[in-house]
Write a protein that binds this ligand. Structure first.
Ligand SMILES: NC(=O)c1ccc[n+]([C@@H]2O[C@H](COP(=O)([O-])OP(=O)(O)OC[C@H]3O[C@@H](n4cnc5c(N)ncnc54)[C@H](OP(=O)(O)O)[C@@H]3O)[C@@H](O)[C@H]2O)c1
Length: 270
C-alpha cells in the first residue's frame, strides 16, 4: 500500500526535505560578511557556512572573529578572519583585496556592520550624524564597490544589505540611523538595476527588534513595551535574520532583486 495512504503529509514532507536540501547548496561559494564578530553578522556567517559557503569574516575585533572562525570549523566549515574598519576606505580596500587573494573570489557580500548614536535631532552633534552615515551607508557602498568588478567578471553574485525597520518607518531619536538605513534601501534598488544583467542580485533584509548587543542597552520594561507593537508578540533572534539572508544568497532566490525582506514579526507591513 502506498505510504501516502498512511501518512497524508508524506508528499509535503519529502518536498520540504528536497527544498531544504537544495537550499543548502552554497558549496563552492565564498561569502564575505562585515560585522561578523557578533550578533546578526555572526549568525549570518554561521548560517551561510552551514549552507556550504566558505566565509571571509570581517570586523575590527580579531579575537571575536577568531572565535567565530573556530565555531565554523567545529561544524565542518571553512572560514578566515580579516581585519576591517568600514569607516575607513583604505581598510575596506585592504580587506576586500585580502579576502579575494585568500579565497580567489567573493561571490556573496553581506553588508551587516552597523552602529547607532541615538539622540534627538535637536541635540545631535555633526559627529553623531557623520559616524553613523559613514559606517552604515558609505561603508556598505565602498565595500560593494571593492568586490563588484570581480563579481561582474564572474557573472554571478549576491549582495545583501542589512537595513532596518526604522529605515522604512523612521524613529524618533534615530534620525541618523534611520537615514542611513533608508539610504541602504535606495542603494539596494539602484545597484539591483545596475547589476541585474550580470546575474548579480542585490537585496536588503530589514530586521525589526532583534535581541543582540545593539538592543541590550534597553531595559526589560522598554523591551516589553516594544513587544506590544509586534504582532508576533516577541523580539526576534539573530538566527531568524540569518535564515532570510541565507535564502536570498541561495540559487532559489535567483529571480528576486531590489527587494527589502522584512524580518520583524509583523511590526511593519510595507
Ligand atoms: N539588533 C537589532 O534589533 C537590529 C535591528 C535592525 C537592524 N539591525 C542591523 O543589523 C546589523 C547588525 O546589528 P547587531 O544587532 O548584530 O549589532 P551588534 O551586535 O552591535 O554588532 C555590530 C557589528 O558591526 C560591527 N561593526 C561596527 N562598526 C564597525 C566598523 N567600523 N567596522 C567594521 N565592523 C563594524 C561590529 O564588529 P566590531 O566591533 O568587531 O568591529 C559588530 O560585529 C546592523 O547593521 C544593525 O543596524 C539590527
Amino acid at each position: 500500500m502506498p505510504l501516502r495512504m498512511f501518512c497524508p503529509h508524506a508528499s509535503y514532507n519529502s518536498n520540504a526535505l528536497l527544498l531544504r536540501r537544495s537550499m543548502s547548496i552554497l558549496a563552492g561559494r565564498i561569502a564575505l560578511v562585515t560585522g561578523a564578530s557578533q550578533g546578526i553578522g555572526r549568525a549570518c556567517a554561521l548560517e551561510l557556512a552551514r549552507a556550504g559557503a566558505s566565509l571571509a569574516l570581517a570586523a575590527r575585533n580579531m579575537d571575536k572573529l577568531a572565535e567565530v572562525a573556530a565555531e565554523i570549523a567545529a561544524i565542518g566549515g571553512n572560514a578566515h578572519p580579516f581585519s576591517l574598519d568600514v569607516s575607513s576606505e583604505e581598510s575596506i580596500k585592504d580587506c576586500a583585496k585580502a579576502a579575494i587573494a585568500h579565497f580567489g573570489a567573493v561571490n556573496i557580500l553581506v553588508n551587516n556592520a552597523g552602529i547607532t548614536r541615538d539622540i534627538l535631532a535637536l541635540r545631535m552633534k555633526r559627529k553623531d550624524w557623520d559616524d553613523v552615515l559613514t559606517t552604515n551607508l558609505t561603508g556598505a557602498f565602498l565595500m560593494t564597490q571593492a568586490v563588484m568588478s570581480q563579481m561582474v567578471k564572474g557573472r554571478w553574485g549576491r549582495i545583501i544589505n542589512i537595513t532596518s525597520v526604522v529605515g522604512e518607518t523612521g524613529q524618533a531619536g534615530q534620525a541618523n540611523y534611520a537615514a542611513s538605513k533608508a539610504g541602504l534601501i535606495g542603494l539596494t534598488k539602484s545597484l539591483a538595476r545596475e547589476l541585474a544583467s550580470r546575474s548579480i542580485t542585490v537585496n536588503a533584509v530589514a530586521p525589526g527588534f532583534i535581541e543582540t548587543a545593539m538592543t541590550s542597552v534597553l531595559t526589560d520594561e522598554q523591551k516589553a513595551a516594544n513587544a506590544l507593537y509586534i504582532p508576533l508578540g516577541r523580539v526576534g533572534t539573530d538566527a531568524e535574520v540569518a535564515h532570510a539572508v541565507a535564502f536570498l544568497a541561495s540559487e532559489e532566490a535567483s529571480y528576486i532583486t531590489g527587494h527589502t525582506l522584512d524580518v520583524n514579526g509583523g511590526m511593519f507591513m510595507g
